[in-house]
Design a protein around this ligand. Structure first.
Ligand SMILES: [Ca+2]
Ligand SMILES: [Ca+2]
Ligand SMILES: [Ca+2]
Length: 888
């Protein structure tokens, strides 16, 4: 698409506005000005089930306020409650309708829903060819879910009666026998019934034939009416991520059209979305490039200029510059984009940007804006993620010592809902459910949940070692005492925190290697009602070791009969290639820990060498197809390369170098672009590439490094990391491969108005942008003339707020305006753990980019992960280095 909208297209858009009502657009979405009705454009996720991003959905005035429309079997569906398969989806443009046929295969139940435009409203009609199965009477119903966070402080009319929508769930529930419950997916139970064989059944808090949600609010008002009557439920009585559910039960014994709703969104022919002015919320240095990106309603003509105001001490605003606006064009269909380059505003001070009457919050221009932006991540976020420790901050204890009963051997064949499965063997000396000793030490929670994802522990440990060697960040603001397993935030203890965190990783890795024989792929909650735990991790388990001879909840000494201990999943023990990243981490950590903890350093190296000798032959990818999996470098690489590099660096033994050098040089040859890297091509200026899937977030980048995928076919990541240590011949070959690599990095950036590669189909793409920026930096620090260092800052500025949907900083507590909520373990409190990186924008089909900042429960948008902590620290240090160079 050409960058500028033609006059004709503006006229067409204008014509569309003159109340022709909802019409199906080219993406099979019902559209009218300010309204998009999606009918299963987005599907339920097979693995994580109901993410509140599927079904019939309504985007109104730029916000997705309604989701989950469809036939469901419970009043307030939870994440793991079942949903139907889609059998057919028939679109009829002449009738402006979409006809969906669903199936609940376990119940031989095949309802149909027809969604049809009716002026600026739409109807949802349920048809049955046969009466509903007896088992589903009183259970099958038409549901539609409203996000409570959007409706906080709002009201509702129910048949003319006025009510306040509950700010906090305090509705009535009743208990029913579990025999009446529709089982959840995979036989899971989100509910801890304490052996009573019952479940909670919520009651509606309002019932009527016509409900008007938020009549007072032009952006949120939605009226739903039905002759069959509608119940209004508060799903938060069962689960904190629950929604307000509108629901009509399907009548028993009837066929044909059994229920019809009319849904009237708030239609306003003149509604225009306010511009979203993207800019860095930490501000800019005087010397750097400064470009704000405007995200604009396609109907909103682009103004010629924007204004940069300088804010004086007395609050007086002085025009610093009137800046021309350069239109970029439509990106991902929904919005138009334009850029405002105010690079020549250099005088230090506070500024804001104004475009067409929308003014941003203030931000500084100052030489030091990037200084210390990593402190919240290193000082707060990471300590809070530390497992097996009590973590204190001032007057507050974030959590007590958690998982002190670690861990039980996962039984063969056991499946866990977060992607773990134990194979037919244990691959260890332990029997099913047997306690594995000495594991209650070290490691970090993987993300918003509390499992030890070993790829993260291994990767982070190695990255801390590398970070120390490359930057030597001696910052000490955390007290970490492994003897009493106590952490105190904002309290120096004389030891650099990076060293202590590296140590915290190594303690767990060594414990696993010595007691299991290798690092298990995960040490994970075994039951669903533990997995969804919110709050203090020390209360997930009883911290007493399980003893099968005791009854549940019975305690004897330090043992109980409650099987609540985590499971160690050990299938990967059969995979020699999977041990290579462990070797790399232990060998690297052995070097940096030596001056601080020589005993631990020696133990680490000993374990690394032992694992190398035991697994080297069998880990050859040519002999072992399983090498693609956990702990290998994936992407078909040879995990032994990184292990050999670290062993060589630590021991100086030539045999390791003789092994890795030819293999690294071979990587300089172009290779096939791997599956994961296709994420980069998710959307482009022309729009959506359907069917492009990004791997589920927790699987990305968990093997220790970042950006190990070969962009455009060339992978220089490893070669650049050892460049300075190698001889002239090696260096010459790297330099030869460099231009193609730089071109591929630049090419990724040029496809979007933000100058960074945007992705994020089922998990936000912020980590990919971070990885890309770091790859740019790794080129620049060795070859300053080969790449523009502003690319690194572009990546960082995107994370700091110069991005679509909103302009909050995606790094919590960093920047002037930052995320209000995130999917941390405190998400039930609608807050954040400072210093985490949110995954970012979820790219929903067909054209909607979202990062909700009132509802924290979409993990793909808001779940901060531990694995990227070192990247965040590194990019911040890199930015300090780059901005200092730009100032010279
Ligand atoms: Ca997890
Ligand atoms: Ca310290
Ligand atoms: Ca226990």
């Amino acid at each position: 698409m050409k960058r500028t909208l033609t006059l004709l297209s503006l006229l067409l858009l204008g014509a569309a506005a003159s109340a022709q009502g909802l019409r199906l657009n080219e993406f099979e979405v019902f559209e009218e000005n300010g309204i998009s009705v999606l009918v299963y454009s987005n599907q339920y996720n097979g693995m994580f089930c109901d993410e509140k991003t599927a079904g019939v959905e309504l985007i109104q005035h730029g916000e997705r306020i309604v989701t989950g429309g469809g036939i469901r079997l419970m009043d307030t569906p939870e994440q793991w409650d079942i949903y139907p398969d889609i059998l057919r989806r028939d679109l009829d443009r002449s009738r402006q309708s979409i006809d969906m046929t669903f199936e609940y295969p376990d119940y031989a139940f095949r309802p149909r829903i027809v969604v049809a435009a009716k002026g600026t409203a739409f109807t949802l009609s349920v048809y049955l060819d046969e009466p509903i199965p007896a088992k589903l009477e009183g259970k099958a119903g038409l549901n539609l879910e409203f996000f409570p966070a959007s409706y906080h402080g709002k009201t509702v009319y129910v048949d003319g009666k006025s009510l306040i929508l509950p700010n906090y769930p305090a509705g009535d529930t009743q208990m029913r026998p579990v025999s009446e419950k529709i089982p959840q997916f995979f036989g899971l139970s989100t509910f801890d019934d304490r052996g009573r064989g019952e479940f909670i059944d919520p009651e509606p808090f309002a019932v009527g034939k016509r409900l008007v949600m938020a009549p007072e609010d032009d952006d949120l008002r939605v009226a739903v009416s039905s002759e069959q009557g509608i119940c209004l439920f508060d799903g938060r009585n069962l689960a904190q991520n629950g929604t307000f559910v509108l629901r009509t039960l399907l009548p028993a014994g009837k066929t044909g059209k059994v229920v019809e709703w009319t849904v009237q969104p708030a239609y306003d022919p003149d509604w225009v979305r306010q511009p979203n002015i993207g800019f860095s919320q930490v501000g800019y240095t005087p010397a750097q490039k400064k470009v704000a990106v405007l995200e604009l309603d396609r109907r909103d003509p682009v103004a010629a200029t924007a204004r940069i105001w300088r804010i004086a001490e007395d609050g007086f605003r002085q025009l610093a510059k009137e800046v021309p606006v350069t239109e970029w064009g439509v990106y991902n269909h929904r919005y138009n984009y334009a850029r405002v380059d105010f690079s020549d505003v250099r005088e230090p001070g506070l500024y804001c940007i104004e475009y067409k009457g929308t003014r941003t919050n203030p931000f500084p221009i100052d030489a030091n804006v990037y200084a210390g932006t990593w402190y919240p991540t290193m000082d707060v976020w990471l300590p809070v993620q530390m497992d097996h420790m009590e973590v204190n901050e001032g007057y507050r204890i974030w959590h007590g010592r958690s998982h002190m009963d670690d861990a039980l051997q996962a039984p063969p064949g056991y499946e866990q809902m977060d992607g773990y499965r134990q194979g037919p063997e244990t691959n260890t000396k332990y029997k099913a459910y047997e306690h594995i000793p000495n594991l209650a030490v070290g490691a970090w929670y993987d993300a918003g949940d509390f499992d030890i994802q070993s790829g993260t522990v291994i990767g982070l440990t190695q990255q801390f070692a590398t970070l120390w060697e490359e930057f030597r960040p001696e910052r000490d603001q955390t007290y970490i005492d492994q003897k009493t397993q106590f952490v105190d935030i904002h309290r120096p203890d004389g030891v650099p925190d990076v060293i202590q965190q590296c140590e915290h990783g190594v303690l767990n890795i060594n414990a696993q290697v010595e007691n299991i024989g290798f690092v298990a792929q995960g040490i994970v909650q075994g039951t669903m009602h533990q997995y969804h735990h919110l709050g203090d991790a020390s209360t997930i388990t009883d911290n007493f070791v399980y003893d099968a001879s005791l009854a549940p909840y019975e305690q004897r000494g330090l043992f109980t009969g409650t099987r609540d201990d985590r499971f160690a999943f050990t299938t990967n023990g059969a995979n020699p290639a999977g041990q290579m990243s462990t070797i790399a981490a232990l060998a690297a950590a052995a070097r940096v820990l030596k001056p601080y903890n020589p005993e631990l350093a020696e133990r680490s190296l000993k374990n690394a060498v032992k694992l190398w000798e035991e697994n080297f032959e069998a880990a050859d990818p040519a002999r072992n197809a399983a090498g693609m999996g956990f702990g290998g470098f994936g992407m078909g690489g040879d995990g032994r390369i990184s292990a050999a590099i670290e062993l060589w660096r630590t021991t100086g033994e030539k045999k390791y170098r003789d092994f890795f050098e030819p293999k690294v040089l071979a990587q300089l040859k172009p290779v096939e672009m791997p599956q994961t890297a296709r994420a980069w091509t998710g959307i482009g200026r022309q729009g959506v590439a359907r069917g492009v899937e990004v791997p589920q977030g927790e699987a990305i980048g968990s093997t220790g490094g970042w950006g190990r995928m070969g962009f455009g076919g060339v992978n220089l990541t490893t070669a650049l990391s050892i460049y300075k240590e190698m001889d002239a011949s090696f260096q010459a070959q790297v330099r030869e491969a460099l231009p193609a690599y730089v071109e591929s990095l630049k090419a990724q950036a040029e496809t979007t108005p933000y100058g960074v590669p945007i992705s994020g189909r089922s998990w936000g793409g912020n980590e990919q942008i971070l990885g890309w920026a770091l790859n740019c930096y790794n080129v620049w620090r060795l070859f300053p003339d080969a790449i523009d260092p502003e690319l690194v800052l572009d990546g960082l500025n995107y994370l700091y707020g110069c991005h679509p949907y909103s302009n909050v900083s995606f790094i919590t507590a960093v920047g002037a305006k930052t995320k209000k909520v995130a999917y941390g373990n405190n998400r039930a409190d609608y807050t954040v753990i400072p210093g985490g990186l949110a995954p970012g924008l979820l790219l929903m089909a067909p054209d909607y980019m979202e990062n909700k900042d009132d509802y924290p429960f979409h993990w793909g948008e808001n779940e901060c992960c531990t694995r990227n902590v070192v990247q965040l620290v590194t990019i911040a240090l890199a930015a300090e280095e780059i901005t200092a160079a730009l100032a010279r």
